[in-house]
Ligand binder design. Structure first.
Ligand SMILES: Nc1ncnc2c1ncn2[C@@H]1O[C@H](COP(=O)(O)OP(=O)(O)OP(=O)(O)O)[C@@H](O)[C@H]1O
Ligand SMILES: [Mg+2]
Length: 314
């Protein structure tokens, strides 16, 4: 699938590859925002040799496993020696500061052409590898390395906290439509494309998943768009956690609001005056928005999730 609507981001990445200003950049974005899709374009951007590492959560308990995998991937005589030492170091004598300093010296000894390192899901690496890589990332100027990392969230305690960041923002509506139109479908479904683009607010994963679901329904002969659109797929766990953290009153209001794309405040007040605390909670945390005399659940997929959680499965 070709990348849509990220030319500004690609320019920023290219400027880091070319140097000399920044040598490391972290691409930050929430689940499904397109970090992996963007990072996977990097090998095509320049002639520089690119080494790609995707952190695997299964290995993340083993100290320095991520770093060892990375060094092996770079496959350079100087760095291979370190990788061997790390693998041999069963006693754990190589602590984070030692490894960091040794490697930094190693990087300065290297004199090959520019090497671009891409680490997707860098926040999933084992903590020691994150510490070493964070340390090196801040000191790459003067080496022949450029480093790109994909991370979901920025936290103040992260070893990557002080690195230059490229925050991925939602795709705009037209780009979302273009992305969905590029998905092979047996028949064109303009209504579905636009319904999905409107409901998913620029999150590419949410859009692709919902659109695929609608295409499957259409293949089963169900052409009418379900109302509300189902909040299924990769975001379900997030929705469950958000909803699970609400007070019982807020939860009850959310159920009521999910029945309709917008609800009249006066009616709610008359019928459910004891729920006002719940409404205030939902307005305060941004899950519900008010426009004129109406309230609505902001995220249409969350509405679908809440609705489905309420009604018996069919
Ligand atoms: N700019 C884009 N153009 C076309 N397709 C895109 C774009 N961005 C993302 N996608 C598609 O959207 C889906 C989700 O994107 P991706 O996997 O890159 O998200 P992510 O940020 O890496 O998510 P996660 O946090 O779960 O790792 C993929 O199918 C991807 O191909
Ligand atoms: Mg990803």
């Amino acid at each position: 699938m070709s990348l849509i609507g990220r030319s500004r981001e690609l320019d920023r990445i290219l400027s880091v590859i070319r140097g000399p200003k920044d040598s490391a950049l972290k691409v930050v974005g929430r689940r499904g925002m397109g970090k992996s899709a963007l990072l996977s374009e990097i090998p095509r951007l320049s002639d520089a040799r690119t080494v790609f590492l995707t952190a695997s959560t299964s290995e993340s308990d083993w100290p320095l496993s991520g770093l060892t995998a990375l060094l092996t991937g770079i496959d350079d005589p100087v760095l291979n020696r370190f990788a061997d030492e790390l693998l041999r170091d069963s006693t754990g004598a190589m602590d984070v500061p030692t490894v960091s300093t040794l490697l930094l010296n190693g990087l300065h000894q290297r004199s090959s052409s520019r090497t671009v390192i891409v680490i997707d899901d860098a926040d999933q690496l084992d903590p020691s590898s994150q510490a070493v890589i964070g340390y090196l990332a801040r000191r790459l100027t003067g080496t022949d390395m450029a480093l790109f990392m994909g991370v979901r969230e920025e936290t103040a305690e992260s070893p990557y906290a002080s690195l230059p960041a490229l925050q991925l923002t939602p795709l705009n509506y037209n780009d979302t439509v273009r992305m969905l139109e590029a998905i092979p479908a047996r028949q064109t479904s303009t209504a579905a494309v636009h319904a999905v683009a409107a409901a998913t607010q620029g999150n590419p994963l949410a859009a692709v998943e919902l659109f695929t679901l609608l295409l499957e329904r259409a293949a089963d002969g169900k052409y009418a768009l379900p109302v509300p659109l189902p909040g299924k797929g990769s975001f379900e766990a997030e929705f469950a956690a958000t909803v699970g953290g609400l007070s019982p009153a807020a939860r009850q209001v959310l159920d009521l609001l999910s029945l309709s794309c917008r609800s009249d405040i006066a009616t709610l007040e008359r019928t459910y005056d004891q729920l006002w605390g719940g409404i205030e909670e939902l307005l305060a945390n941004g899950m519900v928005g008010r426009s004129g005399p109406h309230l609505r659940i902001q995220d249409q997929l969350l509405r679908g999730y809440v609705y489905a959680a309420m009604t018996p499965a069919t």
